[in-house]
Design a protein around this ligand. Structure first.
Ligand SMILES: [Ca+2]
Length: 508
């Protein structure tokens, strides 16, 4: 078993405040601050069914999309959506991580828009992927395990199939992650390279019997898809990397391409502040005995394991970065680069030993925060290299992709198109969001949470246990204030807001 995730987000009304960054986490953070903040990686800085009709209407002239830049040659841009697996927000050099090497991810950010406060609404593979495809919270799409697929009606309302019905050539590469392989919508895509389960193993052979890493095989499949594209018909390719996810049953866990085995060799990864045992000891027993602790024992329980695990995690991300470089070169060679938007994000965050834990699932920042970059080659110069610190969510991906293609997101999508943020405006935007994790597992407690610019409120719903963190003074979530009398009114207020957003997520 592996992974498994929600949001809400109605834009807050009457919010006149031009977004106050909660997270000065990413930008503006000195390298030293970054190192102090982070955790495991050197990183870390915290920086920071619907049963609807299959109707997709073109937005008249797509005025929003057009503001991004001048469309070259075609009314509809091509879109490549890149999804990494378990890549936390601070594992890009451009997010302030001074150790990891991600030149091609950084290149997308340098010429695109970097979102420094991107989160998932459920931190686990299958559920988060279903939220990305449908633009919905788990409580609405209902995919809360590894065997449930979309209904045919719900599938028709995912962004790839909506694009196909609007004339796009669509493809899937990699770890699809929603439902069983036997139920994959292979026939409903023009090109399907999706693989079932966790797409193991990482280490494979090419047709000549030579070693080839899975990430590079995905690169080959992407190239094959692109060779079938032309400027005559727009395309959308969804790429689901397995990296940097562990190979669960393998004692090596993180298995990068052999070609990168010496990368970071002479570096020492700083230990996260909350890796100190006292932070683990402060957790309630049900977390100290959770699946996240069992996995910590395998990956991070000695200094040597920690160094090797984090370096291999970084090496897996580097492998993805290399493929991004291949994609951009191929787009250029095929004369497709001027009209192909590239979006990069991750399906959930990842503890690298913070709080004495490994994995994801729980509402800590390490678990729910992901990278997000949108690169649009049509954008004018002044719209390149922008940083946005608004709360953006995995459920925003589908409406964004549809609107970039000139389509109206269907009303059951709960996320919001990011186009106003890509165009450099300061729209009214959500100032908090709801998080949920309802996967059934004996040692992974279910949670619901509310994140505001200042506070994190979380509840472990089977244990009647609450957490309240003041992120302004306690970025690492070490002082639980839920029982502090001084915060009683704040706690009550956050509870009510969490309840309200939960109802909105359900749609009730
Ligand atoms: Ca994942």
């Amino acid at each position: 078993m592996d992974d498994k995730n929600i949001e809400s987000s109605n834009p807050v009304r009457n919010s006149r405040v031009a977004w106050q960054p909660q997270a000065q986490l990413a930008d503006g953070l000195s390298r030293r601050q970054f190192l102090n903040l982070t955790a495991a990686s050197a990183a870390a800085a915290l920086l920071p069914s619907t049963g609807c009709q299959n109707q997709t209407r073109r937005v008249a002239a797509s005025s929003e999309s057009r503001k991004i830049g001048t469309s070259l040659g075609m009314a509809q841009p091509n879109i490549i959506f890149l999804l990494t697996d378990d890549q936390r927000w601070d594992t890009l050099n451009c997010m302030g991580n001074p150790i990891i090497q991600t030149p091609n991810m950084d290149g997308l950010a340098k010429n695109g828009v970097l979102f420094t406060n991107a989160f998932v609404t459920t931190s686990i593979c299958a559920s988060s992927r279903a939220s990305i495809l449908s633009g919905q919270y788990v409580r609405r799409h209902g995919i809360n395990n590894f065997s449930t697929s979309f209904s045919q009606d719900a599938l028709a309302q995912t962004y790839p199939l909506l694009l196909r019905s609007a004339g796009y050539r669509i493809g899937c590469v990699g770890k699809h992650g929603v439902g069983r392989g036997s139920d994959f919508p292979v026939d409903q895509y023009d090109v399907w390279f999706g693989c079932p389960g966790q797409c193991s193993p990482y280490e494979r052979k090419d047709k000549d019997g030579n070693y080839k890493h899975l990430t590079q095989i995905f690169g080959d499949q992407i190239t094959e898809f692109l060779h079938g594209c032309s400027n005559e018909k727009p395309f959308c390719l969804s790429v689901n990397f397995k990296a940097p996810h562990v190979q669960d049953s393998d004692p090596r866990q993180f298995i990068p391409d052999r070609a990168y085995k010496d990368l970071y060799k002479d570096v020492t990864i700083p230990t996260p502040k909350t890796a100190d045992p006292r932070y683990f000891e402060a957790l309630p027993e049900f977390l100290r005995t959770s699946e996240a602790r069992r996995r910590w024992n395998i990956r991070f329980s000695t200094p040597e394991k920690f160094q090797e695990s984090v370096k291999n995690y970084y090496r897996l991300i580097y492998g993805v970065d290399v493929v991004i470089g291949r994609i951009r070169a191929e787009l250029k060679r095929l004369n497709l680069s001027d009209n192909t938007i590239i979006i990069l994000t991750g399906d959930n965050g990842f503890y690298l030993g913070e709080h004495g834990l490994a994995g994801k699932w729980f509402p800590h920042e390490e678990s729910i925060r992901v990278p997000l970059v949108v690169y649009d080659p049509r954008a004018t110069k002044k719209l390149r290299g922008l940083t946005r610190d608004h709360f953006v969510l995995n459920i925003d991906i589908a409406p964004t992709i549809l609107q970039l293609a000139g389509l109206n997101p269907p009303p059951q999508m709960q996320g919001r198109s990011l186009i106003p943020l890509l165009t450099g405006r300061r729209p009214k935007w959500r100032t908090d969001f709801f998080y949920e994790h309802l996967f059934e597992h004996g040692t992974i407690p279910k949670t619901e949470a509310l994140r505001t610019p200042r506070f994190k409120y979380a509840r472990y719903i089977d244990f009647d246990y609450e957490e309240l963190y003041d992120l302004e003074s306690d970025l690492h979530e070490t002082q639980n204030l839920a029982k502090d009398e001084k915060y009683r009114r704040t706690l009550n207020s956050l509870r009510k807001r969490c309840d309200k957003l939960l109802r909105e997520a359900k749609g009730t």
